[in-house]
Design a protein around this ligand. Structure first.
Ligand SMILES: *Cc1c(COP(=O)(O)O)cnc(C)c1O
Length: 524
């Protein structure tokens, strides 16, 4: 679709949906085509009229811009329409079920947003005097209290900005603890095969050597293989629980005991804490450090590069090494922001700072609102409903799709399927693309790597039975077509504004800069 100086250029692709005619504009009723912003407006027009200046000459001197800024000049309505049209081509949690596994895309209560937008939280500045932000610090301090309470741990570092950042924080605590013990020579971090990619990346980034631990046939860490590898060179084990196959690591306590006996620490990737919150306290299972993705378990919207927050809860052994700054409530109610190693010598072993400031105020406010509005019983029900919904999907589809771990008992918050049994030449991607035509965002594909052609589906606790039934019906229908070798799946999606892009090329050679093209070429 191209719009140029000479007006609209109808370039609607050949009619795809059942012989409907191509339209002059390329639009299809409320499905509006949208060109690039540089194709709608160019840098030679302007959408704004400034009054003529009455000052002769410029006071900017040498600083005066020498060339045009190169932005398209569009009026306000044109600009708003451009971005609104684009946004309508995007899938969103407010549009429909978002079955991405491992990412926990759930409805975000509007109450959280209302609280986060209160000016006292939204407009707070990190350099404000501590006495003027006692309320905001109180929110951080209270959230910290509840995170410790829910996990049965000793301390919490609130400043990490995402799950992966939290992992780094936990690993740096482990490194500092080992150095303090004079055991900095422990350089190996053991990571199970089913780990999230951020786990080995974190360990390597912090200077450790990563070694794989195999999984058992039922999708869990191989305890015997792990025990056999423990020794004086092992710094830590990083385990995701519930793991990325959507299964609970039943042996976690035994694993922790073995790792501790061998002098190592246990890092737990707690991104999936939403499946066990209110039911299991990782501290009781011997975990030393665990990040919590506030943007998964405690509801803040995420994705699209939005803000994340990955507080890390720490055991008694690791809490002294946690980063600065942190909050401390004194008996008189005053909340102190502990920012220096030397402040009262109360945190001499800290490994330092993760970030310049404290963390994401909006996310803290949302998470605390979520926790307080659910209460203890509500949080437990979050976990129970998330697990119930995932098992409902697993049992509803296991007769149609291969479910590799269905035989080893219930799953946790996500159900996993493989591409076994599809017709020759058909794979997970064909099912995912066809789901787009059904009006759903596809599930997580080809992850975790331990399952061939994995499809990881996480409904979350916020979907109704009717909504899940519709999704199950769609996935069943698409899966049956893939098993029957229906060739039309190979060119799906048929109803999306763009279909099969060359994703490898897009990832390897992204075109990030718009360049003016001759009109003839643009019209192609
Ligand atoms: C999402 C996720 C992470 C990483 O969290 P980010 O906030 O995206 O950095 C780590 N581990 C698991 C299991 C996850 O699902």
């Amino acid at each position: 679709m191209t719009i140029n100086q000479s007006g609209w250029k109808p370039t609607a692709p050949e009619a795809k949906d059942g012989g409907a005619p191509a339209t002059f504009t390329g639009n299809r009723a409320l499905m509006l085509e949208e060109a690039l912003i540089f194709e709608i407006g160019d840098d030679k027009t302007t959408g704004v009229d400034f009054p003529a200046g009455d000052v002769a000459g410029s006071r900017l001197g040498d600083l005066t811009r020498k060339a045009p800024i190169g932005l398209p000049g569009l009026s306000e309505p044109e600009t708003i329409r451009h971005y609104t049209r684009l946004s309508r081509q995007n899938y969103a949690i407010d549009l429909g079920l978002f079955p991405l596994g491992s990412c926990t895309m759930k409805h975000n209560p509007r109450l959280n947003e209302k609280m986060a937008r209160l000016p006292g939280f939204a407009d707070v500045h990190p350099l404000q005097p501590v006495d003027t932000v006692q309320g905001a610090l109180g929110v951080i301090n209270e959230l910290a209290f509840w995170l410790i309470e829910l996990t049965g741990m000793e301390g919490v570092a609130m400043s990490p900005k995402a799950g992966a950042h939290g992992e780094l924080c936990g690993i740096l605590c482990i490194k500092a603890a080992l150095e303090k013990r004079g055991e900095g020579h422990r350089k190996v971090v053991l990571v199970p095969e089913s780990a999230h990619g951020t786990n080995p990346a974190t360990a390597a980034f912090a200077g450790f050597t990563v070694e794989d631990i195999p999984a058992t046939a039922d999708g869990r860490v191989d305890l015997a293989a792990l025990e056999a590898r423990l020794g004086p060179d092992v710094a830590a084990v990083m385990i995701t629980n519930p793991n990325t196959c959507g299964l609970f690591e039943r042996d976690l306590k035994k694993i922790s005991d073995a790792v501790h006996a061998a002098g190592g620490y246990v890092y737990c990737d707690g991104a999936n804490f939403n499946a066990i919150v209110g039911r299991v306290r990782p501290g009781d299972l011997g975990v030393d450090a665990m990040h919590i993705n506030l943007h998964k378990t405690f509801s803040t919207p995420h994705g699209g590069g939005g803000p994340g927050s990955g507080p890390v809860v720490l055991s008694k052994a690791l809490a002294p090494f946690g980063p600065l700054p942190f909050t401390a409530r004194h008996a008189d109610g005053h909340i102190q922001l502990v920012e220096e190693e030397t402040a009262g010598d109360d945190h001499p072993d800290t490994f330092g700072r993760m970030t310049a400031f404290h963390g994401q105020m909006g996310m803290f406010t949302r998470a605390l609102t979520y926790i307080l509005s659910h209460g203890a019983d509500g949080l437990r029900q979050v976990a129970e409903d998330a697990v119930l919904n995932a098992n409902y999907i697993l049992r509803s589809l296991e007769d149609t799709l291969d479910a590799p771990f269905a035989g080893s008992g219930p799953c946790m918050h996500e159900a996993i399927f493989s591409d076994a049994g599809l017709a020759e030449g058909f794979s997970t991607i064909d099912i995912a693309k066809a789901l787009i035509d059904e009006g759903f965002h596809p599930m997580t594909m080809y992850f975790p790597l331990v399952v061939h052609g994995a499809m990881l589906v996480e409904p979350t606790e916020t979907e109704s039975k009717a909504g899940i039934d519709q999704f199950v019906g769609a996935l069943r229908s698409v899966a049956e077509r893939a098993k029957a070798g229906d060739q039309s799946l190979k060119t799906a999606p048929h109803f999306a504004p763009r279909a099969r892009l060359d994703e490898t090329l897009a990832a390897r050679k992204p075109v990030l800069v718009w360049k003016e093209r001759p009109l003839a070429q643009a019209a192609e």
